[in-house]
Design a binder for this molecule. Structure first.
Ligand code: KG4
Ligand code: ZN
Length: 436
């Protein structure tokens, strides 16, 4: 349930609203691997949270269809995702979404080489809808099933688009530095920041042939960054999800107006001779995040400046508008509110940036991959890009549509597993707390 950022719409028979993003990259393919057809078509299904998504991707690098059914309208009145409602909506949407993905890709079930599905992390009931459907489909079609970690999917969203761009450009100069274009150029050591509503994780990513290795080197100790965006937006009477609203309103405020600071992460005392102080989970202390404090700081600011009556009015005014736009919301925000929003966003982004670039330096990364819903944030993209340029580091983000939850990223992450014959066990079930 995110704001729709691009792409066309199509209406399914049951009137669920689908977001449809189709890429037209050109790849001839070079024959099947391990008994797969030359096309290597993977149908992927993603239902980890509140988006029912299905995509068909060719050989893990050419998106034929990427359909997302948003549940925004259902959850926004509760200010967050209601797990039971999410599962029910997935049950309603899964069949039309899969059919729409096949139709858009102009393929049939018989053309598929494999089915892929998100096994976790996520909401148990929501995951189970996708997993049950994918297992039944794979069994009925007699096609292999691949289980994918949602977080790995987010990282592959960036890689998928890099490969699509390289295929499309056929070696022509591209927006990204040439050393990061094309499949063979992914062997470099990368740092991935996955920053979403549920996660703020730093991974060292190493590719060995078709195999990817991930090592988690940083994480949040409490709220995820996206969660902080959503909670602050809710506190200020804005819609759900809050990240896109904060993103849209922040440029209208002064980011230096409210001097927030993020809490320092406490750790065991630094012993003499230790290389670096470690945090509670063995991660380096300076790669740990904490966003619950700034949420409380915003609340205290609101109370101290008696902003509650204006917030109440804003909340009521927005509740009366179906699908409010920026032009509806902006006049409802005074300068103090806009300054607060801009200062909050700047503080969170600066913290993400400082720790991400410190981690990149520590592991000797040549490239930074930023993915997850918060990676759609415009100030974050500009600020990270500016820092990367200053340090002569390459940086890549997915397009806004692939930043938030989708199934094309799941298909892309499934491909290396499929060709390595890492298939799901028949006992596959939801793993809500799966880590990467
Ligand atoms: O990756 P995602 O779609 O789902 C999870 O796996 O969590 O991320 C959703 C999160 C929400 O917290 C949403 O507010 C945030 O991403 N988000 C943004 C923006 N677009 C989505 N946060 C800041 N700026 C945005 N433009
Ligand atoms: Zn996600």
């Amino acid at each position: 349930m995110k704001m729709i950022s691009s792409g066309g719409f199509l209406q399914s028979p049951d009137k669920c609203r689908l977001r449809n993003f189709v890429s037209e990259g050109g790849d001839a393919g070079s024959g099947g691997a391990g008994g797969l057809s030359a096309r290597g078509l993977v149908l992927a299904i993603e239902t980890s949270c509140d988006e029912t998504a299905a995509a068909v991707v060719e050989r893990g690098r050419r998106t034929l269809s990427n359909v997302v059914s948003s549940q925004v309208a259902i959850h926004e009145r509760y200010g967050g995702v209601v797990p039971e409602l999410a599962s029910r909506e997935h049950l309603r949407n899964i069949v039309p979404v899969v059919h729409a993905a096949l139709k858009e890709a102009a393929v049939s079930f018989a053309d598929l080489d494999a089915v892929a599905v998100t096994e976790g992390p996520g909401l148990a009931g929501a995951l189970l809808v996708g997993i049950s459907y994918a297992k039944a489909l794979s069994f009925a079609l007699g096609k292999p099933l691949v289980a994918v970690n949602h977080l790995e999917g987010h990282i592959h969203a960036v890689l998928l688009e890099q490969q699509e761009r390289a295929l499309r450009d056929c070696g022509a100069p591209a927006a990204l530095p040439s050393r990061f274009e094309g499949e063979t150029r992914l062997d470099i050591k990368s740092l991935a920041l996955v920053v979403s509503g549920g996660h703020t994780h730093l991974y060292q990513v190493c590719r060995k042939g078709a195999h990817f290795d991930y090592s988690n080197i940083g994480r949040t100790l409490d709220d995820a960054a996206g969660e902080a965006f959503d909670k602050v937006a809710k506190l200020l009477g804005l819609g759900y999800p809050g990240g896109p609203w904060i993103d849209a309103l922040a440029p209208h405020g002064d980011p230096a107006a409210v001097p927030f600071s993020l809490a320092q992460i406490k750790s065991k005392p630094h012993r003499r001779g230790d290389e670096e102080p470690e945090g509670p989970s063995g991660h380096r202390q300076d790669f740990l995040f904490s966003f619950s404090g700034i949420k409380t700081a915003v609340l205290r600011y609101v109370q101290l400046h008696a902003m509650e009556p204006a917030i109440r009015l804003r909340r009521e005014a927005l509740a009366a508008i179906s699908q409010p736009r920026l032009s509806d919301v902006l006049p409802l925000c005074d300068a103090q509110t806009l300054d607060l929003i801009a200062s909050f966003q700047r503080t969170v982004i600066n913290d993400l940036k400082r720790k991400t670039f410190a981690a990149a330096r520590a592991i000797g990364a040549e490239c930074i991959l930023v993915s997850g819903g918060v990676a759609a944030n415009r100030e974050l993209r500009a600020s990270f890009t500016h820092e990367a340029d200053a340090r002569a580091l390459a940086i890549a983000f997915p397009s806004p549509a692939l930043s938030t939850d989708n199934a094309a990223m799941i298909a892309a992450a499934a491909w290396p597993k499929l060709i390595a014959a890492q298939l799901a066990h028949p006992s596959l079930t939801a793993r809500p707390s799966l880590s990467l």
